[in-house]
Design a protein. Structure first.
Length: 403
């Protein structure tokens, strides 16, 4: 029996680093995530236009994030068909509902738009790292760094892009910005047209079996995500509040979050690339040691030293994601998209639950003590790093996925 041409194409060796392809997907990540960041900065205008309550406003964000719970099943579907089409279409599928929020006539229509956008966000983020991993060859850490820089940069640029578009065209008239996403999808189509980006699995792998196969990696990563989540929840949600409490300077509070995010972009770029040379476990150990120490020092010192520590906190704390993405893809043999979907669902659940805990703790014991306690909890991620497969085992898994 002759081999299936599609399967043969899938199994082509891809050991070289495909820079144009990786850059195209990373830019696609940037453009896609700019659209998905439209809601928060435009929410005050939507509240005023539709007379929304704060509960209704909060529900919009919740509805948009809920599809993350289905990431493993989306990944399982992506493993059965070409992930390329998920990647190509998602920027446009996200941009259309997010660009139409200004013309939504009712709260119910906004909920529908958010639901569609949330599904599309998952459709992009679940298979995209799989495509990047295949394009990156044996330099998966560097590939994930490029990919994550796109997302981190969009988080900073998205609010300004939304506000600028509304300032120029008005809330009811800024919907033509969706046109940029169509160009993005076309560029992604061209750059993935001849690439072996479908998965290697010839028969569907049950999701439970994927979990069992990935348990040696996903179980320790879950512990790392939870330990890191306490620190991340403090910084992402309460850093400006912490700065205002200590300085009374609202401008400085906003600037501190920007400093933190920019440091994170640099950390994301450096960490994945270094992990290709230093090893994944060693890089994670460095990050999970550096982040709690930097955060504790940031809380306890004043003046310019505090902002040096803020930079180090952003650099180390946010740098773990590309390393973990590379770990997942190196270990996923039969169902890489489903494995990434499981990783993303765990990350979403850990992040969402921990933010609530951080808020409760801050109400009970104060924000400064909360920062200190949760920074100390951050050290609890280190034992989980030791439970990860060693670098030789990871290299062996990577060779299997590249075949």
């Amino acid at each position: 029996m002759k081999p299936d041409p599609a399967s043969t194409k899938t199994e082509m060796p891809t050991n070289r680093f495909n820079l144009p392809g990786v850059l195209a997907v990373s830019i696609g990540h940037f453009i896609h995530d700019i659209y998905s960041a439209f809601l928060a900065p435009l929410l005050p205008l939507l509240i005023e236009k539709l007379s929304l309550s704060l509960t209704q406003a909060g529900l919009l964000s919740t509805v948009m994030q809920l599809p993350a719970l289905f990431n493993p099943w989306i990944g399982s579907l992506a493993d059965r068909i070409s992930v390329r089409w998920f990647l190509v279409l998602a920027p446009s599928l996200t941009a259309v509902p997010m660009s139409l929020i200004g013309v939504a006539p009712s709260f119910g229509m906004l909920l529908i738009l958010m639901a569609f956008a949330g599904i599309s966000v998952s459709i992009f983020h679940v298979p995209a790292p799989v495509v990047v991993a295949r394009m990156a060859g044996n330099r998966k850490g560097m590939g994930m760094s490029f990919f994550m820089v796109g997302g981190e940069a969009a988080r900073a640029a998205g609010p300004m892009a939304a506000v600028s578009a509304v300032a120029l065209m008005g809330l009811d008239g800024f919907y033509p910005v969706m046109g940029i996403s169509f160009i993005c999808s076309f560029i992604l189509y061209l750059n993935t047209r001849d690439l072996p980006v479908t998965t290697a699995a010839r028969t569907p792998v049950p999701l439970l079996q994927t979990w069992r196969d990935m348990a040696p990696v996903l179980e320790p990563i879950t512990g790392i995500l939870v330990a890191r989540g306490f620190m991340h929840g403090c910084m992402a949600s309460f850093l400006p509040t912490f700065i205002v409490m200590h300085t009374g300077n609202l401008w400085l509070a906003g600037a501190s979050l920007t400093i933190y995010e920019i440091a994170g972009v640099v950390g994301v770029m450096v960490a994945g690339t270094l992990s290709d040379r230093m090893g994944r476990r060693r890089m994670l150990t460095f990050s999970l040691l550096g982040a709690p120490i930097s955060l504790l020092t940031f809380v306890w010192v004043d003046g310019w030293i505090a902002y040096v520590m803020l930079v180090l906190t952003g650099f180390t704390l946010l740098s773990t994601t590309p390393v973990m993405l590379a770990l997942v893809q190196e270990s996923a043999v039969e169902s890489p998209s489903a494995a990434n979907g499981l990783f993303m669902m765990i990350s979403f659940l850990a992040r969402s639950a921990v933010v609530v805990i951080v808020g409760i703790a801050a109400d009970l014991i104060g924000l400064e003590k909360t920062f200190v306690i949760f920074a100390v909890i951050g050290f609890s991620g280190l034992p989980f790093v030791l439970r990860l497969p060693d670098d030789q085992q990871l290299a062996s898994g990577s060779e299997r996925t590249d075949r």
